[in-house]
Design a binder for this molecule. Structure first.
Ligand code: DQA
Length: 138
């Protein structure tokens, strides 16, 4: 079975409650439950942290063993050289996902430290972006 992990960064624990006009009204936990039930032939995991170093530690932990990482580093996407370096350092391919269309928003969201080393990038498809990223690994 393929091992895939979804890693979510800061403030994504508030999905469903946070700015629902941008991020929707579903909690990630409910979405993840449905995704797991739909893709039973994949070992699918989920990790979320608001702490930059914990995201880096998780990338190191899974990055030489898992078949794919689906990463929404949220605001750290636009600021974190450390997470960008971690994505470059590991062997597991990383697909970068954003729920919103980051290129239709503020200029600072147009920069990504992850994209140069990602296998691909998906943004603007809401939570469906995570499913599209998962399909890209299957
Ligand atoms: C986000 C976009 C980021 O700019 C923002 O900081 C987030 C969420 C998205 O999924 O659309 O927290 O990554």
């Amino acid at each position: 079975m393929k091992k895939i992990i979804i890693i979510n960064g800061p403030n994504l624990n508030l999905l469903g409650k946070r700015e629902p006009t941008i991020y929707g009204s579903n909690s990630f936990e409910d979405f993840f439950k449905d995704l797991k039930n739909k893709y039973t032939t994949v070992e699918l995991e989920y990790f979320q942290s608001n702490i930059e170093g914990e995201l880096i530690n998780k990338l190191h932990e899974v990055g030489f063993d898992y078949d794919g990482v689906i990463l929404n580093a949220a605001a750290y996407t636009h600021t974190s050289v450390g997470i960008g370096d971690a994505v470059k350092a590991i062997e597991t391919p990383v697909v970068e996902v954003h729920i919103s269309n980051i290129h239709a928003r503020e200029d600072f969201r147009h920069v990504s430290y992850i994209a140069p080393n990602a296998k691909g990038v998906l943004f603007g498809f809401g939570l469906q972006g995570y499913e599209l990223a998962l399909q890209s690994f299957l």
